[in-house]
Design a protein around this ligand. Sequence first.
Ligand code: HPA
Ligand code: ZN
Length: 355
Amino acid sequence: MDEILPPAALERLTRAHLPALLARMPKAELHIHIEGSLEPELIFALARRNDVALPYASEQALRAAYAFTDLQSFLDIYYAGASVLLREADFFDMAMAYFRRAAADGVIHAELFFDPQTHTARGVPMRAVIEGLARAQAEAEATLGLSSALILCFLRHLDEADAIATLEAALPWRERFIGVGLDSSERGHPPEKFARVFARCRALGLRPVAHAGEEGPPAYIRTALDELRVQRIDHGVRCVDDPDLVRTLAQSRVPLTVCPLSNIKLRVFARMEDHVLPELLRAGLCVTVNSDDPAYFGGYLLDNYRALFAAHPSLGPRDAWRLAANSFEASFAEPATKTRWIQALAESVDAIASR
Ligand code: HPA
Ligand code: ZN
């Protein structure tokens, strides 16, 4: 798309306007694992409803286990939490809770990852997963004015044959999802392991994305681009180790869906002050801010913006606007819809500047 130019009113904003701007500006969220939005209270409520035994005595005990040291230590708990999801209504309730929370943060569009293999491996029908999420999407659109789309993720620690079987099982609901992604344990599972299933997905008109360069090396970002031909990279922050790759990403504007609080909790960076997002933004990459697994990483979308801006005094109102504009540019919405959102973003800047 054409370069999006900042509204003139941005010139009148200072860092003092950031709290209002971050909260009020409309934004899209493009990297949220819906199973990662399950709060301990809902996990325990669903466990009671479905008579599922949990290896934690209470919500507090579960929360106390959220002391992650790396991606795998998180994934082990994340899959245990998802074990309470059995019926269509569970997927509906989970997604509605997320949509309500996201709308309160100014999210007007969300592209949700879901992990069917986590559920089908436990005997949950694909129908329950997709139809529960789809019913919540319709309800969120009608009651919150929040639009959304689904991206089916393959678990990369499983083999490609399992991914192909999952795709086939989901095809009766082909119109319910817009794309496919790749998540779970990154190291040792390079994107090229899934070259055939991604080729088939592209032939079906599905938008390809992949987690790459979270814990894995920049080479995984390159093979996601070259061999899976992804249209966005999820995380991608390790591109900083490869200056040529940073230049390629800046030039192509293939978006990175960055998740600041996740990166700190999973020790991708030691402190928020060390996060490379500002550097990538300055280099001209289409970086976006997202929450990844908000129930596990200490915050939803607005918490991620706030934590990032609090730790980086170099970031100002223009950067806030740019990150929101990038979230719309990077979305898989129609061009006319993106134009409408970017106009609404400019109007929110005007409103804050004229207070
Ligand atoms: N990385 C990889 N896989 C995931 C994540 C993540 O942050 N969250 C849920 N699955
Ligand atoms: Zn993720």
